[in-house]
Design a protein. Structure first.
Length: 378
């Protein structure tokens, strides 16, 4: 296609601005931005040189006539704007989580399928360079048959981050929505996309957080932590989501004769002692990647019976968008694939609302925590 694709952005914060820059980088034209606060969306759109700014999503869809909409708001407010966009025939790029529940996520997937629009689900840390490196090594047989995977992370988040969407289930908050989605995407990209079974346990270690006005950007919320947390005039909001989770999964892999066992362990508020990591164990070796999302470096344990650092292949490095910031870089990678696909080019499979719907249904199952067996009388 010689004509630039037109993109309408929903959201003015870190994600909305990041999506806008990524679509421009991929060769699309950002024609409008919608936010909930008129002064904020006007300021951001002017700063970014976006011609349309408004607070009415329906009006924006009609005036801008976008080919693609990009959803960069918290998950609890995704449903209505995505439904409206699908009804108009727009393709949709949506950040994780897809919605606040498995039921509504499945509804959006079904609607998009019926309408025939393309969708992209941005659990996009599968595009970390060393994760793609691990995917190639596993496919090449470097560790033999995959046997099990271990994903360990401890974020030591400040307990007094101002109360907001991340504290509320109905708004798309919680560590499953905003950490596990990426971890699951990483593991499936390396091992295989078919998830066979799941179980898990979650815990709210936080309880409450201070309510503070003026927090518009998720990335800068730490800057708004009150200086005096004992101030009697402070009001507090109650958390209703998990800050810690432990999940076990079994996944099918074309490289293995038996299901692969996977452990996901995350403590959002807990301090780490050693580095966060991802490990892929196989019948003939193992791959270890430092970092909670696989930032690297990558080490291979093979026939020499010792861990050796393996350099990132040049072709993978060359294909990665040249920008600082893992989140921004991964958005660009996925958005480039969507833009090429919408433009009629051939691209590798990428995650769509199918995975977004599946992930949200899995999160609902984990949150129910109904897999325990009472052994207290044994």
């Amino acid at each position: 296609m010689s004509k630039k694709l037109k993109v309408l952005i929903h959201g003015t914060g870190f994600a909305g601005q990041g999506h806008a820059e990524a679509f421009r980088w991929a060769g699309a034209e950002v024609v409008g931005m919608v936010g909930r606060t008129e002064s904020v969306v006007t300021e951001v759109a002017e700063k970014m040189g976006i011609p349309f700014a408004g607070t009415d999503w329906g009006q924006a869809l009609q005036e801008c006539q976008p080919d693609i909409v990009s959803i960069g708001t918290p998950g609890g407010v995704h449903v209505a704007p995505i439904k409206a966009a699908i009804a108009q025939g727009c393709h949709v790029f949506c950040d994780k989580p897809l919605t606040e529940s498995g039921e509504t996520a499945r509804e959006l997937y079904d609607l998009a399928t019926q309408k025939g629009v393309k969708t992209a689900f941005a659990a996009s840390f599968r595009y970390m360079p060393e994760v793609m490196h691990a995917k190639r090594l596993v496919a090449d047989g470097a560790i033999g048959e995959p046997l099990e995977v271990e994903c360990i992370s401890h974020f030591n988040l400040e307990r007094d981050i101002p109360f907001g969407w991340s504290h509320r289930k109905e708004d798309g908050g919680g560590r499953l929505n905003n950490n596990f989605t990426h971890k699951l995407s990483i593991v499936t990209s390396v091992i295989g996309e078919k998830i066979l079974s799941i179980m898990g346990e979650v815990r709210d270690d936080l309880g409450k957080a201070p309510i503070v006005e003026g927090v518009h950007n998720f990335k800068t919320r730490r800057e708004h932590i009150p200086d005096d947390l004992d101030d009697p005039s402070l009001t507090w909001g109650e958390s209703n989501v998990e800050w810690t989770y432990t999940v076990l999964a079994k996944m099918h892999s074309e490289y293995a004769s038996k299901p692969v066992s996977v452990l996901f362990k995350h403590g959002g508020l807990n301090p780490r002692f050693n580095e966060d990591h991802l490990v892929f164990y196989g019948s003939k070796g193992a791959i270890y990647i430092k970092g909670h999302y696989g930032s690297g470096p990558l080490y291979l344990y093979g026939a020499e019976k010792e861990w050796q650092e393996v350099k990132l292949p040049a072709d993978i490095a060359a294909d990665v968008p040249n920008i600082e910031g893992d989140t921004e870089r991964n958005w660009r990678y996925l958005i480039r694939e969507l833009v090429r696909d919408v433009s009629g080019e051939s691209v590798a499979p990428y995650q769509t609302f199918r995975e977004g719907s599946q992930y949200q249904q899995i999160i609902d199952i984990i949150r129910r925590c109904d897999s325990w067996v009472d052994v207290s009388d044994l």
